[in-house]
Design a protein around this ligand. Sequence first.
Ligand code: FAD
Length: 451
Amino acid sequence: MKFDYDLFVIGGGSGGVRASRISSSLGAKVAMAEEFRVGGTCVIRGCVPKKLLVYASHFSEDFEDAAAYGWTVPKATHSWKTLIANKDKEIDRLNNIYHSILDNNNVELFRGRATVVDRNTVKVGDKEYTAKYILIATGGTPVMPELPGIEHAISSNEAFHLDEMPKRVIVVGGGYIAVEFAGIFNGLGAEVTQLYRGTQILRGFDSDVQHFLAAEIQKKGIDLHTHANAASIEKTNSCLKVTLDDGDVLETDAILFATGRRPNTKGLGLEAIGVELKENGAVKVTPQSQSTVDNIYAVGDVTDRIALTPVAIHEGMAFAETVFGDRPGAADHENVPSAVFSQPQVGTVGLSEADAREKYGKVDIYKSDFRPMKQTLTGGTERAFVKLIVDAKSDIVVGVHIVGADAAEIIQSVGIALKCKATKAQFDATIGVHPSLAEEIVTLREKFVAA
Ligand code: FAD
């Protein structure tokens, strides 16, 4: 049977763009549908604008610290409008680059929402296109809870486009996106309250990291409430009144919910043609990203494996090489390094202590909690934390967790060591870079023994 295309990709985000580019370079005729902006969540309303806002928010602390190093800095003021305009300019530039990537790789782009008609047919607007393979790369969307007044709340999508910088912000949620936005607004001078219904923020992270970061962000001024949630929101002439589930009422100028994301499969037509979904709507896939219909694949956040851009890109590459490159391979989800761009940052790779104990039984723990050198002159109270988790039997390092300045930059290289299954003895044989926070990773010698 002759098809219009070898591959039709639905969704022009991290996974979809990489899969289409590589598939095309391997000789496939490729089309893509994108309903919003090419680049997807990461470029348009995720990693990139978020990191730019994180940079912006860190200056306030830097200005304060500068005095101890001899600088006289006049009282700084901040323009939210300038920040957002400059950020938007950069996002437009990246968006154009993504269009060029598709053009240069002969990927035909259809603007509009796509649905799947049958296992070989995709519909965009009122036109239908056939393809030998279909790739679902539709990402995810923020989930807003159902509660009275929720229409006055925002998600991370809207946070990037607020007309004004709110003076008071409530951030609801305990995941990395909530923590990052709390840090952004706090650094930019807002009064920030963070509500999290669970026991501690950053669920799933190593428990020392959870507690350490919670203490650090509170020292920076974030009013963190665990076991707390918003029950209703009322808009008055001057503010939003948020009633918590224990009856307390807080006044705020903005309330941001970062309480989870759901895979974008609603109304896509997948179930009707036999593509099985998980309970949360994610596409069920094999390690090769193949769905339960054998010519339909899915990569990225829509599969709810590890919802990070480099993972979506990696899955997109593995898909293209498997299907069009004669190099079948599973996407590898082991030892994926990741970061939280909080203040201070978190960098993590491998297992938490709890997961390592469950997997390996006996593990050795090495940890250090210290005052970073920069703070010696400033008198600042920020502390740093490094933790190594080692499988006692093999001596292989199975988890590294860092909280501190530049933790994201540091953890990337540590990820290589974990991929190589480096042992603690090999970490110890590595000479440190002095003076640095990172040298702690290779100088920790004493096993931690619980008191
Ligand atoms: P997406 O990038 O979401 O792309 C999906 C695309 O499909 C979208 O452009 C959407 O418009 C389109 N689409 C959906 N349905 C249809 C349809 N029916 N027809 C046509 N088009 C459709 N990850 C990191 O690694 N580091 C970070 O620092 C980081 N920060 C983040 C911060 C925030 C606030 C958020 C929300 C996410 C962040 N992420 C981060 C996660 C990262 O953005 C995602 O993991 C990544 O974008 C997933 O890529 P994807 O290709 O699966 O989907």
